[in-house]
Design a binder for this molecule. Structure first.
Ligand code: KPL
Length: 308
């Protein structure tokens, strides 16, 4: 299977890249600020290492992938999709790996809903800035893959992708309807990510510090209520799941903490922003998510400024 992983060797994408390469897929990583294709060693401690092609967009027309995994930040997805269309790609399956809500819908609009799946990573990965060497943080290796049930038939390539990820060492699982799992993951990210930014600490702060824990519990419970307002029944208790993942990825710096520490924009709009907006759209309220959203938006420029 020819796969392109778009987004460079970002932390979450690296694990999928290495797993697919170890399973024998023909994988190319496509990154901005690169040109041509060069063989590079991508390492994920705890999973393995593989030599993969890392290409710039100038070399993309020659890749003709059957599967495209979009492992960009949520706010970079639109530009990545446009670049893939300009490269003439017409994949049978496109995969959204972004945190939060909105990105899968974006892929559905462009590629059609039966070709668009989400791959939800319940693992933590840490990658020092500028390197292709990352580390699986904690015990979790779980990835859940599927279309939204509203899409009708999901492309058979989705199951093939799951088999490859399993063969490559990730605990991948195919589900017939991704929506409840998206909300379960959203509850985890809504609870863990902003709290680690406010506490400026690793994920384990959520289970170990009583104030962090209380805030995370309220964020996760409220996300569960927002899901119910939107008609989605979660497959797990959102509070238990958020605490379980925070514990299982305790060593990890959440992606949001990694973002602010590197002076990057956060995905808060797609996470806590999506929770309170969805709640309000359905006539409910999510005041804790809204308050935390505003706190992180206030902190973003201040933290970015502190670096310079
Ligand atoms: O998805 C994550 C993230 O950091 O964005 C978790 C699962 C919380 C791991 O850190």
């Amino acid at each position: 299977m020819k796969v392109a992983v778009v987004g460079g060797c970002g932390a979450v994408g690296s694990a999928v890249t290495v797993a697919l390469a170890l399973a024998g897929a023909d994988v190319a990583v496509v990154a901005r600020r690169r040109s041509g294709c060069h063989l590079e060693r991508v390492t994920v401690e705890g999973l393995g290492e593989a030599a993969v092609k890392v290409c710039g967009w100038d070399a993309a027309p020659g890749l003709e992938p059957e599967v495209v995994v979009y492992a960009t930040k949520a706010y970079d997805l639109e530009a990545a999709v446009e670049a893939s269309l300009n490269a003439g790609w017409s994949p049978g399956l496109v995969v959204s790996m972004q945190n939060g809500l909105g990105s899968l819908e974006q892929l559905e609009r462009v590629y059609g809903s039966s070709r668009a799946v989400a791959a939800l990573a319940f693992y933590g990965v840490y990658r020092p800035p500028g390197s292709c060497h990352s580390r699986l943080a904690g015990r979790s290796r779980r990835v859940v893959v599927g279309c939204r049930a509203v899409s009708g038939q999901c492309s058979p390539s989705a199951r093939l992708l799951v088999e490859l990820l399993l063969a490559g060492g990730l605990d991948a699982e195919y589900v017939a309807d991704i929506e409840p799992y998206r909300w379960a993951k959203l509850a985890v990210n809504a609870a863990v990510n902003p709290v680690t930014v406010i506490a400026w600490d690793r994920n384990r702060v959520v289970v170990e510090n009583p104030y962090a824990r209380q805030l995370a519990v309220e964020l996760a419970a409220e996300t569960g209520r927002a899901a119910a307002a939107a008609g989605v029944e979660l497959p797990v208790d959102p509070v238990e799941e958020a605490l379980r993942v925070a514990d299982a990825t305790g060593d990890n710096c959440s992606s949001m903490l990694q973002d602010v520490a590197a002076g990057r924009r956060t995905e808060i709009d797609y996470i806590n922003g999506a929770v309170w907006r969805t709640a309000e759209k359905h006539g409910a309220q999510a005041p804790v998510n809204k308050a935390v959203y505003n706190v992180v938006r206030l902190l973003e420029p201040w933290l970015a400024g502190r670096r310079s």
